[in-house]
Design a protein around this ligand. Structure first.
Ligand code: GCO
Length: 469
């Protein structure tokens, strides 16, 4: 070996450990689940608007709208409508969870259902959510409840939604009521789902309501969502004082943070700089805000927010990670985000064109170990209409979790997105994310197994859980 190569070896090794590469044969030969500790939460994840059906909120209004050129806002003009009718089929869904052998379920409560107008409060709907949590616990399935998953009541959206600071107060009051009602059954909470995705898709890319393309508004919304998270954490700890599962914690508060690997499209300074900026804004700023209690959002020449927020520091007991994919980033000064993202030809992708890159989950779990807090994979899944590719997707991502744990990273659980095929926002019903496929045309919304059900059951068994027949 030449001397130069020898000198370069540590660097090369460092580069390798930064960018691991999983061998599919090794992944498939691993008895996944055996590497996870007893008590590890193995479950699935859904969101109210995507499965419940019959919701009337900011999104359902948007679904009925069009772009200036007459195209519907949602692909193929789809409406969330009855969705998978999970509002009425909860017990059926719990059977599916039991068949999987899962011991945890993440679902969200719908603000617009609970508080359809500022003065009205639907106590029956609240009681139903309470019953859901109780049922889950009786079946040995730990509920993890999300308080805000992308949908606002119309009365909140009409007064400016998350751009308006007054929304924070309304949200805090809503959280207080939910925490009081559900606290006896629920210990695990997720305040806000993906603040960064909500802000970017609604206010920067304009593909989601309210359809804006405005960097300043994006930053304002992101910063308000982080503040809302802090207020929610405070309310949860105040109002939920019942330790439902007797593990010594009445509340375990987290948020679900969507992370993406941003790979510079080339080695040029332009691309590496813009990829680092994107990473910093999209991935890092949320984590840094909750770590330091100080919201710092900056996009050179466009945005500079730097403010300390009461109760933000220390607001999470765990960090939820929603991980799906990697993007390649090329500088493009004409775009508000200063870049364009794409997936090169030849990479394996899901039906939505997202690259399948399980190593990215490992990268984020090891990266965010720096927080010194437990991590939880609150979402991970793939759009796959055939269902044939999901088994390996599931295996390789659980493998990533096991690899991270083997490095000493405390990962408490893995929630697959999703239990069922469901309403995929602007993409409508075409993408199929479910472990169980749903026949939307049938009045019963019939659920059938996809091949990954067996994969999930294997993992559950190896973890010591018992899938029911
Ligand atoms: C998100 C949401 C989910 C999506 C899922 C698949 O991550 O955007 O939490 O509601 O349906 O991620 O795109």
């Amino acid at each position: 070996m030449s001397r130069r190569l020898l000198l370069a070896l540590p660097l090369l090794l460092a580069a390798c450990s930064e960018r691991p590469s999983f061998d599919p044969d090794v992944v498939k030969a691993t008895r996944l689940g055996e590497g996870l500790p007893a008590g590890f939460m193995l479950g699935t994840s859904t969101a109210a608007h995507q499965v419940e059906g019959g919701n009337e909120n900011q999104w359902s209004v948007w679904e009925r709208g069009q772009w200036p050129d007459g195209r519907p806002h949602i692909k193929d003009g789809a409406l969330s409508g009855a969705a998978t009718d999970s509002w009425n089929r909860f017990d059926e869904d719990v059977r599916l969870m039991e068949r999987l052998g899962s011991n945890a379920y993440r679902f969200s409560v719908e603000w617009a259902r609970l508080q359809p107008t500022p003065e009205a409060w639907d106590t029956e709907a609240l009681a139903r959510y309470q019953q859901w949590a109780r049922t889950l616990r009786q079946k040995g399935i730990t509920p993890l409840v999300t308080l805000y998953h992308f949908t606002l009541p119309t009365w909140v959206a009409d007064t400016g939604g998350w751009e308006n600071a007054a929304t924070l107060e309304a949200f805090e009051a809503y959280v207080a009521r939910v925490a009081e009602a559900l606290g006896g059954e629920v210990d695990w909470w997720c305040t806000i789902n993906e603040p960064n995705v909500y802000a970017v898709l609604g206010y920067l890319e304009g593909e989601w309501p309210p359809g804006k393309q405005d960097m300043k508004a994006t930053a304002t919304v992101l910063s308000h969502l982080l503040e809302a998270h802090a207020l929610a954490a405070r309310q949860l700890r105040l109002k939920d004082t019942v330790d439902a599962d007797g593990d010594g914690h009445a509340t375990r508060v987290g948020l679900a943070h969507h992370v993406r690997v941003f790979q510079p499209a080339s080695g040029t300074t332009a691309d590496t700089t813009v990829a680092a900026l994107t990473d910093s804004f999209f991935n890092e700023s949320v984590v840094e805000s909750v770590r330091t209690g100080r919201i710092r959002l900056s996009v050179p020449g466009q945005v500079s927010i730097d403010r300390e927020v009461a109760d933000l520091k220390g607001s999470i007991d765990y960090l939820g990670i929603n991980y799906y994919t990697r993007d390649y980033v090329r500088q493009y000064l004409g775009e508000p985000a200063l870049s364009r993202q794409y997936v090169p030809r030849g990479r394996e992708k899901n039906d939505l064109g997202w690259e399948l890159y399980p190593e990215g989950l490992y990268l984020f779990l090891t990266r965010y170990a720096k927080l010194g807090l437990p991590l939880m994979v609150t979402e991970n899944g793939m759009a796959d209409h055939s269902g044939e590719r999901r088994p390996y997707f599931l295996q390789s991502h659980v493998y990533a979790v096991e690899q991270a744990r083997a490095q000493g990273v405390e990962v408490l659980g893995y929630f697959h997105w999703s239990l069922l095929d469901n309403f995929e926002w602007a993409e409508g019903y075409e993408p199929k994310f479910g472990l169980f496929a749903v026949d939307l045309a049938s009045p019963e919304k019939t659920r059938t197994d996809t091949p990954a059900v067996a994969t999930f059951q294997d993992i559950a068994r190896n973890l010591g859980l018992t899938p029911l027949p």
